[in-house]
Design a protein around this ligand. Structure first.
Ligand code: SAM
Length: 220
């Protein structure tokens, strides 16, 4: 996994469901050209984020982990004119490439990059500011629980929170593997189990690189 059949299947479905989009394709290509790791979401997951943002009628979106801005562009495209994506990135080179990709997509007024440690930057945001309607967590997995708690603090009731890479080819569920990145996902799951204000499910996916998945969380 994935095999040629799963890639072919994704391409087949995408050919019906995803409109060709020059800015998004350029963002992926330019990010690769600039040496960024191939860690952005797949086109179909990008489209899912876009549809989810629209489904919850989101105006304010928070992203943790910008990379080259690929997922930020998908979500930015889903917002009304006065909408906003705030996206956190600590790597200056990634942020610079993202800025260029976001500008090429015409979203420089919609997407704001907060450069620096996400936890430090999130601590500066107040719940009294306009709350977030949608949060996408996709950065250092060790901090997943910290990010979830910050997302919960800063999001409105009914907000959706998506955490990426929560399956990792089944390694999260293999407790014989003690890796801080996997522990970060396990802690997240354990917290959700005991938090009456959150309800969630994990969906496994066959991506363009490997078998993984994401966890979809609703703030009740
Ligand atoms: N969401 C992006 C997309 O789909 O296009 C991919 C994000 S990539 C998986 C993770 C990003 O998080 C990297 O660019 C990395 O530099 C950034 N990152 C990792 N730890 C961070 C931290 N503590 N604070 C802010 N950004 C961080």
């Amino acid at each position: 996994l994935p095999n040629e059949a799963s890639l072919q299947s994704a391409r087949y479905h995408n050919s019906f469901l995803l409109d060709p989009d020059e800015a998004l394709e350029t963002a992926r290509e330019y990010s690769a050209e600039k040496g960024l790791p191939p860690q952005s979401v797949s086109p179909e997951v990008g489209k899912l984020l876009h549809l989810l943002v629209r489904s919850v009628g989101a105006k304010r979106v928070l992203e943790i982990g910008t990379l080259g801005g690929y997922s930020a562009i998908w979500m930015g495209r889903a917002l009304p004119e006065d909408g906003e994506v705030i996206t956190c990135e600590r790597n200056e080179h990634h942020a610079q490439v993202a800025r260029e990709n976001i500008a090429k997509a015409g979203l420089e007024k919609v997407v704001t990059i907060m450069l620096g440690s996400a936890l430090e930057n999130l601590a500066k945001l107040q719940p009294g500011d306009e709350p977030f309607d949608f949060v996408f967590i996709d950065a250092d997995k060790e901090n997943n629980l910290n990010y979830l708690l910050e997302a919960k603090r800063l999001a409105r009731k009914g907000a959706a929170i998506v955490v990426d890479n929560t399956v990792q080819e089944g390694r999260i569920a293999d407790l014989s593997i003690a890796n801080p990145r996997y522990e970060g996902v396990r802690k997240l799951l354990a917290h959700i189990k005991d938090d009456p204000e959150l309800s969630a499910t994990t969906i496994a996916t066959v991506g363009d690189r490997h078998w993984d998945g994401f966890t979809y969380i609703l703030k009740l």
